[in-house]
Design a protein around this ligand. Structure first.
Ligand code: GLU
Length: 529
């Protein structure tokens, strides 16, 4: 036992430089020490317990495309490296946050197929995972910053701040807090408090420093502290600001990589300043590009639904959405575009996340979803179709088993045409009403053909004589009609199709006849003779 472990250790020691390199390449983490690797070698390189990432939504509305993509990238990253994925709720904006939005977000994440190791509803060793339940922690660290002089109390009123902004803007300078309360004496503070003013806590931004954000996606991005005014970390109502709470949480939750949307890149230098002041190691950062609409403006409702639940309501499949979201900014490097969650997990690395903005292409989503619809098990697809058909009044639940089996045939006949399940109602409408509407002029002209009546009469006769209809049987009957009347192809199929469906296009005619059944076919054809 001891001997074999010794042998293993020696072998691993030899491999250390390569292992370190792999770690660096895969995680973008520099300076992983040999001792660290040795301590963790029993887990194997794939399972290094380094990776702890989080999705930290503010529960101020439903889960949007952008948020879902951030969540997915974090989840894929965690799962790829055998790390932990954490969901933390950032609910310090009391007016805009709600439990309903929180529930909506969690439900949508689960629907997408994501799971988390730690979070509001599942708990975990670093909880609580809702910021309003961590207020004591923020206060403790803010007090510490106050005690070392890295932060100070500021009593400036809204009017004073607005006046300062205006005067800076008039001089064409960047509006920022200029530090009026930076050096208040104890007496001044007591006087201001006696006037009833409630202070905020501001962070003292060091002067004239450069801050380098080493971003795993965007490379090195440099910021000047002269452009950052002393910023608020605790508001006058005691709530922490985003920049402060996020740092305290990411550190105390041992987050290794912060993967989030590009719009937070400008917050990152503030956060790095806080890490430095608190003498905490910064996590790795990876800012993922914006999502643009096809016209290259920022993705908004104009470009299609933005909330995940809207896609769920329309009958998109979660696998298609995660596939689509993954390709918004990440590429696997080949031609292949269809990836299951499992495959994405295998392939996902940050070095394949693009710097350039991702373009939201609804047609591509529809194409992908159509593909997933065709791949989905018919039973499940039929279950998905039921609510849409019930809503139109085509069926009533609970469905007797025989009716469900019949519905499966209906769904199978149109699945190729669907981009998302809500569309099914339009395609299957004709099955549920014998009073079919003739779709257009072309269809009307077909029914005016002089061969139509004899064709339909002959078919009625043959269907009547048959015991039932199968696909092969239908095919044979139509062929026989042609043979008996000396007619071919379209002259038979088209009038039969229009008489049965009202349209010149649609599902396979043999399938339609099976689904309508012997009596249904006869009823519909009889109207034309
Ligand atoms: N609550 C922030 C948001 O929803 C989180 C940003 C971050 O990941 O740091 O945008």
């Amino acid at each position: 036992m001891i001997f074999s472990s010794l042998v293993k250790n020696i072998r691993l020691l030899k491999k250390l430089p390569a292992l370190q390199m792999r770690c660096y390449n895969k995680l973008g983490k520099k300076g992983i020490s040999s001792s660290y690797l040795l301590t963790h070698m029993d887990w194997g390189i794939k399972d290094l317990p380094l990776v702890r990432v989080r999705f930290a939504p503010s529960p101020t509305g439903p889960l949007h495309i952008g948020g879902a993509r951030s969540a997915l990238f974090n989840w894929l990253f965690a799962r790829h490296y055998g790390g932990k994925f954490i969901v933390r709720i950032e609910d310090t904006d009391l007016e805009r946050s709600s439990r309903q939005s929180e529930d909506n977000i969690l439900t949508a994440l689960r629907w997408l197929g994501l799971d988390w190791d730690e979070g509001v509803d599942v708990g975990g060793p670093y909880g609580p995972y809702r910021q309003t339940e961590r207020l004591g922690l923020y206060k403790k660290h803010a007090d510490h910053l106050l005690s070392i002089g890295a932060a100070y109390l500021c009593y400036c009123t809204g009017e004073e701040l607005a006046a300062e902004r205006e005067s800076l803007m008039a001089k064409n300078e960047l509006p920022r807090y200029m530090g009026r309360c930076r050096n208040l004496t104890q007496e001044e503070r007591t006087r201001l408090e006696a006037e009833g003013l409630k202070p905020v806590v501001r962070f003292r931004v060091p002067e004239d420093e450069k801050i380098l954000v080493r971003d795993l996606v965007r490379g090195d991005v440099s910021f000047e502290t002269s452009e950052i005014g002393d910023f608020i970390i605790i508001k006058s109502d005691g709530m922490p600001t985003y920049n402060f709470a996020v740092v305290v949480d990411d550190h105390t939750m041992s987050i290794s990589h912060v993967i989030r949307a590009e719009e937070h890149l400008s917050n990152t230098p503030r956060q790095i300043l806080l890490y430095n002041a608190l003498r905490w190691e910064t996590p790795e950062f990876a800012h993922v590009s914006l999502i643009l609409g096809k016209d290259r403006s920022k993705m908004s409702k104009r470009h299609g639904a933005t909330a995940i639940e809207q896609y769920q309501d329309k009958g998109y499949l979660p696998g298609a959405l995660t596939n689509f979201l993954a390709l918004l900014g990440w590429s696997p490097g080949g031609e292949e575009e269809v990836f299951s969650l499992d495959e994405l997990k295998q392939h996902f690395t940050l070095d394949r996340v693009a710097k350039s903005p991702a373009v939201f292409d609804l047609e591509k989503l529809n194409w992908l979803n159509g593909h997933y619809i065709r791949e989905t098990d018919l039973e499940r697809l039929t279950e998905m179709a039921v609510p849409y058909l019930e809503k139109e009044g085509f069926i009533r639940t609970p469905l007797p088993p025989k009716r469900f089996e019949w519905l499966k045939l209906v769904v199978a006949s149109v699945r190729k045409q669907l981009s998302y399940m809500q569309e099914i109602a339009v395609y299957v409408k004709f099955y549920f009403d014998d009073n079919i509407q003739i779709e257009n002029e072309e269809a009307q002209q077909i029914m005016a053909g002089e061969q139509v009546k004899p064709v339909l009469l002959e078919l009625i006769k043959k269907v009547n004589a048959a015991a039932g209809i199968t696909e092969d049987g239908a095919k044979a009957l139509l062929k026989e009609v042609g043979r008996d009347l000396g007619l071919k192809g379209k002259q038979i199929f088209m009038p039969v199709r229009v008489a049965l469906t009202g349209s010149t296009q649609g599902p396979d005619l043999n399938q339609v006849m099976v689904i309508l059944g012997r009596d249904g076919v006869i009823r519909r054809l009889t109207k034309w003779v």
